[in-house]
Design a protein around this ligand. Structure first.
Ligand code: NAD
Length: 481
């Protein structure tokens, strides 16, 4: 059965590499109808700051599969990244990037690398919630959710199983961010128990990243929160050989998007020289996703054979290893000529038993006993020593709370601060409820505290309520403990 695929031909080198990729996929017997849509630079220039119009959303809702060539995001303020818009609007929560080396045919320092990075695609610092709070201080909120983490972690394990991979590694920084990254790590451990057949390990992201750059062959599938995944998937693609060779899938519950990881390379546009491999391999992932694994396998193996035969575009051409330098369309034709062949030196792929990985759902929300035990009041203050701020805060505490500590940039400066500590105009003042043990503090008590802060003339910025969940603190204890 043939299905509809929404196709964006993109900007810069996009149209050339998309035509080349579609030619190969269709020559291999892929069964889909192309529904072209116009998005990107021209749509931006026409005044649509999102770069995508309503008809594209309609087409996407109908086809649910999006094959996208790279787009140019115009420089300057006011333009949104279309990638981020599409990803978030359609809930494409998983970004999957296989990064393999093709030694000795493509130059790399890592001859046996074969890593798949699975990046959480919607949360973390990419929620885009940022504020300027004082003259000196700006913040960006890092949001990690239980259902979001459960979905990406379970997807990583399901992907490993579906593709015959034996190990899933998790990278976080939970020695510092014990609540947010700590949740990601805990969910990884808990979900991992459902996959006894798969080896599991966790690395702190800094040393994990160093290990990935140095010895990528020890990794198989790696699952990460958004920011680490964004950075490390580019590192992994680059050290494998070239960003021009990697494809990527963005998977959601309602739709999926397949693309190359590189951009629109405007300087190379219109010359028939760009390497179509990244977009073609994105297309291979799309064929597995739409249930055509045999066609995917034929394309991927013919592509490996082409690389092995030394037929290379300029970006990976090396004298002595490469045999013939070709342009975009000739490269596609060389792949088509090899359909039905398998590589002799490189490992052939087999998607025969692979099945599409569907978007897992998260477990239902639990119900823990949640109690208010205090509040962190953030204030802007330039009035001198922390002692003097503490005196100003005494009337704010009232009868229900006591001032427990003041920190500046997370470092405790009251009580018992050190004079050497550098301070800004941004202070976190922690009030704990006297009645915490009885759980009698209410939102009205918090509102009254804020009212007292307003009356005392303190320039408060925001308050963050402190809760316990089944008696466990739902807040960090300060000073990065
Ligand atoms: P780029 O990936 O377009 O180019 C980086 C370098 O890699 C350039 O030297 C380019 O010539 C080379 N290169 C990239 N793809 C190649 C290919 N297929 N064959 C041969 N050489 C290739 O990155 P950039 O220059 O930073 O960005 C250009 C534009 O692309 C920007 O507007 C950016 O916003 C956009 N972009 C889009 C996407 C996307 O649509 N997914 C991703 C990244 C960047």
């Amino acid at each position: 059965m043939s299905i509809g695929i929404m196709v964006a031909f993109g900007d810069g080198i996009g149209p050339e590499i998309m035509q080349a990729s579609l030619k190969v996929l269709l020559a291999a017997g892929a069964r889909f109808e192309v529904e072209p849509i116009d998005i990107g630079e021209r749509v931006y220039r026409e005044g649509n700051t999102a770069g995508i119009g309503p008809e594209a959303w309609d087409s996407l809702r109908r086809t649910k599969v999006f094959y996208k060539a790279p787009l140019t995001t115009p420089q300057g303020g006011g333009f949104k990244s279309l990638n981020v818009t599409v990803r978030k609007t359609l809930g494409l929560f998983a970004n999957v990037r296989p990064c393999a080396s093709f030694h000795p045919f493509v130059q790399t320092k890592h001859p046996v690398m074969d890593v798949v990075i699975i990046r959480e695609n919607e949360e973390d610092l990419y929620a885009g919630i940022e504020h300027r709070q004082t003259q000196d201080v700006y913040q960006c909120l890092k949001l990690i959710t239980r259902p979001g983490t459960e979905r990406i972690v379970r997807y990583a394990f399901e992907y490993a199983r579906a593709h015959g991979r034996g190990k899933v590694t998790c990278f976080t920084k939970d020695n510092i961010m014990k609540l947010t990254d700590g949740l990601f790590h805990r969910v990884f451990d808990a979900v991992g128990e459902d996959y006894p057949d798969i080896e599991k390990e966790h690395w702190i992201v800094d040393i994990g990243a160093a290990k990935l750059a140095d010895t990528p062959e020890v990794f198989d599938v790696i699952v990460m929160p958004n920011l680490y995944g964004d950075i490390l998937s580019d590192v992994a693609a680059q050290i494998a050989g070239s960003v021009g060779l990697a494809g990527s899938a963005n998977i959601g519950e309602h739709a999926a998007m397949f693309e190359a990881i590189h951009g629109s390379a405007p300087r190379r546009a219109g010359q028939d020289i760009a390497n179509p491999s990244g977009l073609l391999l994105g297309g291979v992932m799309m064929l597995v996703h739409i249930g055509q694994p045999k066609v995917a396998e034929a394309v991927h193996n013919a592509w490996l054979k082409t690389i092995e035969d030394g037929i290379h575009t300029y970006d990976i051409f090396r004298g002595g290893v490469s045999k013939r330098q070709v342009g975009t369309m000739s490269f596609a034709d060389a792949v088509i000529e090899r359909l039905g062949q398998r590589p002799a030196t490189l490992k052939a792929v087999s998607y025969d038993t692979d099945r599409p990985v569907s978007a897992p759902s998260a477990s239902p929300r639990g119900s823990s006993d949640k109690r208010i035990v205090g509040v962190d009041l953030f204030v802007e203050w330039t009035g001198g020593e922390p002692e003097s701020l503490a005196r100003n805060l005494e009337p704010v505490a009232g009868n229900d709370f006591h001032l427990e500590m003041i920190t500046n940039r997370g470092v405790k400066v009251w009580p018992n601060g050190l004079p050497e500590t550098f301070t800004t105009d941004h202070w976190r003042c922690r009030f704990m409820a006297k009645a915490a043990t009885t759980g009698a503090v209410t939102h009205s008590d918090l509102a009254a505290l804020i009212q007292r802060a307003a009356t005392s003339g303190l320039g408060f910025i925001k308050c963050e309520n402190l809760f316990t969940f089944d008696g466990e603190p739902g807040y960090s204890l300060g000073q990065g403990q």
